[in-house]
Design a protein around this ligand. Structure first.
Ligand SMILES: Nc1ncnc2c1ncn2[C@@H]1O[C@H](COP(=O)(O)OP(=O)(O)OP(=O)(O)O)[C@@H](O)[C@H]1O
Ligand SMILES: [Mg+2]
Length: 370
């Protein structure tokens, strides 16, 4: 069992971000990571991910709040009494030791018997498929192999909780996607609670049971990958999760019998269904934004087909399985996603439509209206 609970956790570094006027690197975060859960912490650089993780590991003091594991307060415990292992981005392997000794090191310190050590090293090496590398030194290994050794060194101790701080960011794209699959397999095999930090939303989407999205030290939303994608709570999450990112357009909500969104400054309109009218009532005449994902914008092949509004095709990219269409109107640029084709003419105007039920509405405070 290992349930990790954060209760109103904050971190105040003495000199944190004075120039940006921010006082807290981590700001009042409450979150429970369930036993055996794979929780991903995601957010832009500087949002406090590593700080949060380091507080769990005991490498950083907790300024405010309570951290507990299985109900037991951890704040004052030293790192080695927390039964936690952490894997860092830069592996931090001992260069003069073989892979075997790197993995065995922690167990030796804990006075495990030689037989026990050997058994665990072999078992771990097998799990990570590095049996043939055991007597090599780290510098002779590939990036992926080194990363495996670093993970091996963590799991060999069989801790209750694993912490990963961007463990794949030094690897090339192909190896990264391979290691993502490996990590999923590993999690299934060892059945431990894992907290995994990344700023890569693909990694977050593919690895996490749940994802916690952070911004400027604050927790924006915690949910399963699909829920986050389909039901972002605010503009930040909507824009952060998904690639290419969600498109945002400014305008006002108007009423002339029916509700419609009027884009400013170009003044085209999208008629909105009755169903959403209650949520939008109090926004009539007010500035809002709408958000729409690239796949929810319909771009016809034929410029003569009518649509919600006319955009100019500025470029398109055929990715093989899909096409990204870059569209602009005045200052505004949006990206649409559709099946690949060679029919669009660059520089021509085309009428695009938005899937009405997929539009999200965002208020002046970047919170979701609906
Ligand atoms: N030891 C420190 N002293 C003062 N400020 C710090 C310290 N460590 C981090 N910070 C600040 O705290 C904030 C959060 O940093 P943190 O390293 O947790 O971000 P992060 O989300 O891990 O970013 P990245 O994706 O770049 O690794 C940043 O503004 C950073 O400058
Ligand atoms: Mg970091």
């Amino acid at each position: 069992m290992a349930e990790v609970s954060f209760k109103n956790i904050s971190k105040i570094y003495d000199d944190v971000d004075k120039e940006r006027g921010r006082k807290k690197a981590v700001d009042d975060i409450s979150l429970t990571v369930e036993d055996k859960e794979f929780m991903v912490l995601v957010g832009p650089s500087g949002c406090g991910k590593s700080t949060l993780l380091r507080m769990v590991a005991g490498l950083e003091d907790i300024s405010e709040g309570t951290l507990s594991i299985d109900g037991k307060r951890m704040n004052e415990l030293s790192p080695r009494d927390r039964d936690i292992a952490m894997v860092f981005q830069n592996y931090a392997l001992y260069p003069h030791m073989t892979v075997y000794d790197n993995m065995a090191f922690g167990l030796k310190l804990k006075h495990f018997s030689k037989t026990e050590i050997k058994q665990r090293v072999m078992q771990t090496a097998q799990l990570l498929e590095i049996e043939d590398e055991l007597y090599r030194k780290p510098k002779t290994l590939s990036g992926g192999q080194r990363q495996r050794v670093a993970i091996g060194r963590a799991i060999i101790r069989r801790p209750k909780v694993f912490l990963f701080d961007e463990p794949l960011s030094n690897l090339d794209a192909k190896l990264r996607s391979q290691m993502r699959i490996e990590l999923q397999k590993l999690h299934r095999k060892i059945d431990a609670t894992m907290i995994y930090v990344t700023h890569d939303q693909t990694e977050a989407m593919t690895l996490g049971h749940r994802i916690a999205v952070l911004n400027k030290g604050k927790l924006m939303q915690v949910d399963t990958p699909l829920h986050l994608y389909n039901n972002p709570a605010n503009k930040f999450v909507a824009g952060f999760i998904g690639s290419p990112a969600m498109n945002f357009l400014n305008g006002t909500i108007e009423l002339d019998g029916n509700y419609y969104f009027m884009h400013t400054p170009e003044k085209w309109r999208i008629d909105l269904g009755l169903e959403i009218s209650i949520a939008l009532q109090k926004y009539i005449g007010k500035e809002i934004q709408i958000g729409i994902r690239p796949e929810d914008i319909f771009v016809p092949d034929d410029p003569a087909i009518p649509g919600d509004c006319r955009f100019r095709v500025t470029a398109y990219e055929n990715m093989g399985n899909e096409q990204l269409v870059y569209l602009s109107m005045g200052e505004q640029s949006i990206i649409a996603r559709r099946p690949p084709a060679d029919t669009l003419e660059i520089g021509k105007d085309i009428a695009v439509s938005f899937s009405q039920d997929k539009i999200i509405f965002i208020d002046a405070f970047d919170e979701r209206i609906r």
